[in-house]
Design a protein around this ligand. Structure first.
Ligand code: THU
Length: 137
């Protein structure tokens, strides 16, 4: 599935705009993310921290869970925006893998730079839903 230049721009804009709503009083590291669902709709997410630390959730997972909650069964692309252009954490990579074998991941920073990578590059030789199919039969 090809993501158009317009979709990429809209996705990155949603990630960078939503970053302003990040709730990160403990780390101070604000993250915004956005997911392009199979329907073409865009779902934003931010990191939401917690005084007990453990319940903190990353921006990427909030965006993905929001897309799934809205009824999307496919995620086509993810954008993430941080101050320094950081890439998604391992847990978020694995959650992406649940809903796509591979997808484009657009990494943005607050200076307006962006580059494209992919889930397959970020999570090589991955484990996914297909690996459990035989055991369920
Ligand atoms: N964080 C994300 O939102 N996404 C990532 O992929 C990496 C980390 C958040 C979690 C925490 O609120 C803060 O960044 C510092 O780890």
């Amino acid at each position: 599935m090809i993501v158009t230049a317009g979709q990429r721009q809209a996705l990155q804009q949603a990630a960078c705009q939503s970053r302003q709503n990040a709730y990160a009083p403990y780390s101070g590291f604000c993250v915004g993310a956005a997911v392009l669902g199979g329907s073409g709709a865009i779902y934003p997410g931010v990191n939401i921290e917690n005084a007990a630390y453990g319940p903190t959730i990353c921006a990427e997972r909030v965006a993905i869970f929001s897309a799934i909650t809205a009824g999307e069964s496919q995620i086509l692309a993810v954008a993430v925006c941080t101050e320094n252009g950081a890439t998604p954490c391992g847990s978020c990579r694995q959650v992406m893998r649940e809903f796509a074998r591979d997808l484009p991941v657009f990494i943005c920073d607050t200076a307006g730079n962006s580059h494209e990578t992919s889930l397959a590059a970020l999570l090589p030789d991955s484990f996914g839903p297909e690996d459990l199919k035989e055991s369920r039969q």
